[in-house]
Design a binder for this molecule. Structure first.
Ligand code: SF4
Length: 347
């Protein structure tokens, strides 16, 4: 298996735009390849390349604002392929593709799907396996399944999801019997199951395993509901606005702060890049937190000592405060509205 960064695109951009200095960031799993790329750029073009060492989990984690701070004139965000070619003023998205084969796991998936009498299957994946959608679709169709791919939208390519955005799969949930998620990411597969409410299987090409996500999704769903009910008793809330470029949802923060105030809760407004138990520990007088950063932090991230609600959970809390039913608050196309500035992908 090799993950290949689209270096040709990087070199083309440098030759077209002649940057003086470039800021680069990439998720943890691509750090080694990205470092090698920065060295290549320096050797080949004599261009200064600064690799940003902060956490990078998703397309929300771009470093457009670092470009001016670091006196650079271009940014490269590696590995979160999307339906756009640029975000912000300076940042070019650079694809990374995993060449692992799905042949083995598909052979195992076919009898399992048949045994559950599924006939209509939705295919979904994340950035690194997008190129596998077409061959896997053809393979499943040859085995007699009707296969559905969700349509491309602003940020997502056809059949793609992010950990907080399932807006390709959600609209086709009623047309399919089950979803198959291509890849080894429980994070994405659980999110897909929770968002769509459909049977979901993770097809892991590395272990050649077909994993039914029902149990993992149900555990997270129950935990998310429990946190909402615990937060209902809180008197003091910390409302945290995300500082990452794609997570600055001030409108949502203000909406939540206003609702809490209307229901007699005290609010401390905070802002953070990364939310961890250690960072929340000094805020002892706060009974519960609501965060507009990454929803996955609340739903399957750290074990916090107090409730830390994501936006969908905050919506559920408001419903309870207003005397309404809690509802299936995780079943929605997007858990947050990413605030990245979009420039459509050309190719
Ligand atoms: S906010 Fe969305 S894109 Fe960003 S890390 Fe979380 S799940 Fe991924």
């Amino acid at each position: 298996m090799t993950i290949r960064i689209d270096e040709e695109k990087v070199f083309r951009l440098i030759e077209e735009r002649h940057p003086r200095a470039i800021v680069v960031n990439a998720p943890g799993g691509l750090q080694a390849q990205t470092r090698a790329l920065t060295e290549k750029i320096r050797e080949k073009y004599g261009v200064s390349c600064i690799l940003v060492g902060d956490s990078c989990f998703g397309i929300c984690d771009t470093v457009d604002e670092e470009v001016e701070k670091l006196d650079a004139d271009m940014a490269l965000h590696i590995g979160h392929n999307a339906a756009v070619s640029m975000v912000g003023d300076y940042t070019h998205l650079i694809d990374a593709v995993d060449d692992v084969s799905f042949d083995g796991v598909i052979e195992k998936a076919i009898p399992q799907l048949r045994s559950r009498r599924f006939e209509k299957v939705g295919l979904v994946t994340f950035s690194q396996h997008l190129h596998e959608l077409k061959p896997v679709k053809e393979r499943l169709e040859a085995a007699g399944f009707q296969v559905f791919l969700g349509k491309r939208n602003n940020l997502l390519l056809g059949g793609q999801v992010f950990g907080c955005d399932f807006s390709t799969a959600y609209p086709i949930r009623n047309e399919v019997d089950a979803f198959c998620f291509l890849g080894e990411s429980e994070f994405h597969a659980v999110g897909l199951a929770l968002s769509t409410g459909k049977p979901t299987y993770m097809l892991d090409p590395y272990l050649e395993e077909v994993v039914d996500m029902e149990e993992a999704a149900e555990t997270r769903r129950k935990r998310a509901i429990l946190s909402v009910y615990k937060a209902l008793d809180a008197k003091v809330f910390g409302v945290i606005t995300g500082l990452k470029e794609g997570q600055k949802m001030l409108g949502r923060t203000n909406w939540i702060v206003k609702r809490l105030g209307m229901h007699g809760r005290r609010v401390v407004q905070l802002a953070m890049r990364d939310i961890t138990p250690e960072r929340l520990a000094p805020l002892r007088d706060v009974d519960a937190f609501i965060q507009t950063d990454c929803p996955r932090m609340s739903i399957d991230g750290f074990t916090f000592d107090r409730p830390v609600l994501s936006i969908p959970q905050a919506d559920a809390l408001v419903r309870l405060l207003e005397g309404r039913e809690i509802g299936e608050f995780l079943q929605r196309p997007k858990w947050i509205e990413l605030t990245v500035g979009l420039i459509p992908r050309r190719k």
